[in-house]
Structures are given as C-alpha cells and as structure tokens.
Design a protein around this ligand. Sequence first.
Ligand code: EPZ
Length: 416
Amino acid sequence: MDKLIISGPCTLSGNVRISRAKNAYLPILAAVLLSDKPIHLKNIPELQDIKTMIKLLSNLGVKVTKNGDITTFDAKDLNSHEATYDLVKTMRASIFVLGPLLARLGKAKVSLPGGCAIGTRPIDLHLTNLEKLGCEITLNAGYVEAHVAKMQPTSLRLDFPSVGATENLIMASVFADGTTTIENAALEPEIDDLANFLNAMGAKVTGIGTQKIQITGVKSFNEVTYEAIGDRIEASTYLMAALATGSDITIEGVQSKHLQFVIDVLRKMGAKIETTDDRIMVFKSDLKGCQVDTAPFPGFPTDAQAQLIALCTQVKGISVITENIFENRFMHVPELIRLGADITLKGKIAVIEGGMPLTAAPIMCTDLRASAALIIAALATKGDTELQRVYHLDRGYEKLEEKFSKLGAKIKRVKE
Ligand code: EPZ
C-alpha cells in the first residue's frame, strides 16, 4: 500500500485549480443508465470512486469511450440489471444505480452497500420511498432485489434530507406517468447539478435548490454534453491547508457560494478571504478557535469536519466541533493525537486545544476525509510525516501530490 511522505512545516503559494465534483459526477454517471442516447461528460476527475462507478456501468452494458477531456457513454443496450457485491462493497455510491435501473428496465438487483468506516450508512430512506413509487423490494442474501411494472407518481416526504435518497428518487421518477414530489429533499449543490443534467437530457425537474422537488415524467431523453460543478469539499480542503500553514493561495474552478458556510466560519475565526463567483483568495491570517456543528447543506458540511479539526490544532485557543451527520466520523482524531495534538472526544463532540506545535510521526489514513485532515496537519508539522494507506485519499482527491507540489509542498509518494 502506497505511503505519502510530507516534509513540514511548509508555506504554500500560487493557484490551485479544483477538479469537477466527485459527489456530482457519481449520481450523474448513474443517471447515464436512464438514456438510450449518447451522453458526453467533460473533465470527469480521475478518482478511484469514479473508476468504480464507470466499471459498474460497463458491467451493465454501457459502452464507454474517452476522447481527450470528453468521455462518451452509450447506454442504448443494457445487458444486465445487477450491481454485484465485489464492486458495491468498495463504494457505497453504487446504490445510485438502483433508481435509474428501475426507471429504465423496471428491475434491479443491487448489493446492499454494507457499512463503511464512518458509519452504518443504512439505505432505508431509499427503499421505503421507492416502495411508495410502486416498486416491489425484497432483501435477499445481501442484495436488494427490486422490480416495478410502472412507476407510480406520488408525493414523498423524506424523514431526513438524505443526499443519496433524494438523488435516487429523482432518477427513479423521470419516466413516471405524472408528477412526483419529494419534500424535505436535501439541498446539496450536487443535487442541483444532477437535476440540471437530467433537464439537459430532457427531463422535467423543478424546484431545484429548494426542499420541494417535483419531477414530471417524460417519454425519452436526447443526446447531451455536460460538465459537473467544481468540488466544494476539495476546495474547502485547500482553503484550510492554506490557513493551517499561514499561506496565501488562490483557489479556482469552484463556485464560492457552494462553500459559503465554510468561508463564513473561517472568516469568523479571523481568516482573510476574498471571493468572486468562481475564485477564492485566502491570505495568511491570525486565527482564533471556533464552535461549529455539522449540518445538511447549507450548513457546515460533514465532509469538511475532519479538515477543520486539523486546522484547529494550529489555532491558539479552544475549538468545539460537533459531528451531527455520521456516528463515527472522528477516526482522524487518534492519528492527529499521535502528532501531538490536544483533542478530547466526548461522544459526537471534539474539543481541540490548539496552538501546540505538532511533531512528525507515522500516521494512518482511515477514510477519505480523515486522510485530507492528516495531509493538512502534516503540512504544518515539523519533520517528515509518513501517511500510510493513502488509497483512501485516491478515492476523492485528484492529482493531490501534483497540486500540493505546485503550491510548494514537499510531498512524495512511496509505492509499496
Ligand atoms: C453523501 O452520502 C455523500 N456521498 C457523502 O460524502 C456525504 O458525507 C453525505 O452525502 C452527507 O453530505 C456522495 O454524495 C457520493 P446521506 P449519502 O444519505 O448520500 C443517514 C464523501 O466523503 N441515512 O445524506 O450516503 C446516514 O446514515 C462522502 O465524499 C439513513 O439513515 O449521505 C447518515 O447518517 C462521505 N438512511 C445521514 O443520513 C438512508 O436511507 C446522511 O446520509 C440514508 C441516509
């Protein structure tokens, strides 16, 4: 398993271009299954999770051809309706194929995703609401087996604004004979992006960006070219890496409004940040501690919580971070403590006494965003910090060493 060696402390400078959002392209790729016309997607990020989803599509019969920065998908002749355990177990987002397969073929057999490092990750909100749309669903030997003669448009209301459930249900409803409403829908920008993509193909999704989304069924889709939004979590990661190392950098290729709450929290800590629509300029700042609760969008994103804790270890004073979305998303904390951080966990609350210098030690990546937190801490830590199991990072950060090296970081991968 590859390792990263990061020599710190270092100062960053220059510009970093953010990739297209993993969490926008994963549902968009699943939505490819809905159409029998060619779909051309631009600048799909080279990430493990994306490769897994594309392999899953190929296994279902989708033809995939890459030509420069455009990848064309042809789902005209699907030859399977089964997403097998070997792929699904490596990536929970595989469950996104359930809705499209049911809408297109009327049947689907998708392995239950199983839990992951950050929590049990149930899919009850997906399944109960698909049943309300008329789907017959049984769980059999670790698989969701579902079929539907004709999707029944209806009014749905999510008990929790689940990102994945909202996306699956939108995709399931695009060919229903009438209008489906989803209330208490999640508001994440990636959902707007999926809806915009579906509408570009000829779907009729309204209420985009609100908690009440309506999908009126259509008969078929047209050929389309589309490019997803920038990755707000990758951008948040570079933003906090700059602040943790006392650096001035410019972040390009992401809509600043998509990480507005993160910017507001950092500004309240004393961060000097200037923004335009699609650029974020951050400057060396004297920061003070913060008190933050993670929440569904537009609140502080759970996917940026680990990175914020790493930043808070570099900030004089007390910070209190509460994780409200996942039940086990503090796996980065014991690793940060190995570097000398003073962090106390009390259930879903982390209390950080920041400002003490950290000292290099071998540490281990445990999940995608925890790994990003370790990168931020290592950049600010004196000595050569060795990060193990960096395959976690490769799931969601495109060209990470290349981008950080261009900003001046001393970071190298040791292939094992
Ligand atoms: C999406 O996961 C993201 N993944 C996650 O990003 C992100 O952390 C999460 O949304 C929250 O923003 C993708 O978009 C591919 P949820 P998802 O359904 O859809 C519970 C990353 O690092 N829940 O909004 O799985 C669930 O257990 C990843 O890029 C149910 O109880 O998130 C969790 O506690 C990690 N039943 C909460 O809701 C359900 O049926 C939020 O889950 C579904 C979810």
